[in-house]
Design a protein around this ligand. Structure first.
Ligand code: C2E
Ligand code: MG
Ligand code: MG
Ligand code: MG
Length: 282
């Protein structure tokens, strides 16, 4: 059965399809159109060195303003983009946009910072990713040392492929970090095999530092382990002054979270550059 959905395309419904299933299909169909029509934007969440208070980087985070459903969370649409394969062109678009924006900040005279881009495991499976990154850096003119790729432990499924991809990316000069560290079910031995620069402590640990003594122990242990392996460590999801102090005392290097700032537009990042003191909690 075909039913006009009020827009300029048709939507398929089958009897018994529930609202959630129908929403999922409409979002899946919408992804491709959204990319073409400029419905996606990139927000940036600041990352600070928690000892010098310097702004050292920003994480690029996708935002989707759906014409019918409004703002859709990446937690909902990224899995759909992965399923349909659209994550590959979408991921290339974010990468380009983040590199272009970082170069624009540099050319505007702001201090040089890294931009971190999330790479899904589906993108990482494709050898062509290396070439896409090389091309993006060339086209935008961004120096590779100002690009960081955030990878999750799920890429480790095929460790031979992962190591060779990472070596190619490192040879280019980009930074590599492991995102959501500690939430995957992977063995720690990959840490000595992979040419990575930093670990990002997952928000689920950070937010529970004072709620669960085991999470507190895990955070301290991750920091110590990272340093012993000569990796930098960054905590995500820092929301309170107490959490920040704990991380500072534990010698965590960097942090991002609502305590400092939510993900914001490029224009709002420029305001932080212009007046950094105003946003840092004292
Ligand atoms: P992530 O890479 O772990 O990004 C951090 C998420 O935590 C972001 O959610 C951010 O807004 C949120 N966050 C940061 N600080 C705090 C805090 O203090 N408290 C709380 N409650 N949340 C905080 P967001 O933007 O909704 O993104 C969710 C996930 O979607 C990301 O998790 C990432 O896995 C994925 N994602 C977002 N953009 C992209 C993208 O361009 N490509 C890919 N492959 N995945 C993306
Ligand atoms: Mg991330
Ligand atoms: Mg993360
Ligand atoms: Mg996370």
């Amino acid at each position: 059965r075909v039913k006009e959905d009020g827009k300029n395309h048709f939507q398929f419904y089958t009897p018994g399809m529930n609202e959630a299933q129908s929403r999922k299909i409409r979002l899946e169909i919408g992804l491709r159109r959204g990319l073409k029509n400029g419905e996606f934007t990139v927000y940036y969440q600041p990352q600070f060195n928690i000892h010098s208070d310097e702004l050292v980087g920003v994480e690029a985070l996708l935002r989707w303003e759906h014409p019918e459903f409004g703002n859709i969370s990446p937690a909902e649409f990224i899995p759909l983009a992965e399923e349909s394969g659209l994550i590959v062109p979408l991921g290339e678009w974010v990468l380009y946009e983040a590199c272009r924006q970082n170069k624009a900040w540099q050319e505007a005279g702001y201090p040089f910072i890294r931009v971190a881009v999330n790479v899904s495991s589906r993108q990482f499976q494709q050898t062509s990713l290396v070439e896409a990154i090389r091309r993006t850096l060339e086209e935008t003119g961004l120096d590779p040392q100002y690009l960081e790729l955030e990878l999750t432990e799920s890429i480790i499924q095929d460790s031979k492929h992962a190591i060779s991809m990472m070596n190619n990316l490192k040879a280019m000069g980009v930074h590599l970090s492991i995102d959501d560290f500690g939430t995957g079910y992977s063995s720690l031995s990959y840490l000595k095999l992979f040419p990575i620069d930093s670990l990002k402590i997952d928000r689920s640990f950070t937010s529970n530092i004072f709620a669960d003594t085991k999470d507190m122990a895990l955070v301290s242990t991750i920091i110590a382990m990272a340093h012993n392996l000569e990796l930098k460590v960054i905590a995500e999801g820092v929301e309170t002054q107490e959490q920040l102090q704990f991380l500072q005392q534990g010698l965590c290097n960097e942090a991002q979270g609502y305590l400092f700032s939510r993900p914001i537009s490029p224009e709002e990042i420029a305001v932080i550059f212009d007046d950094k003191a105003a946003v840092l909690p004292q």
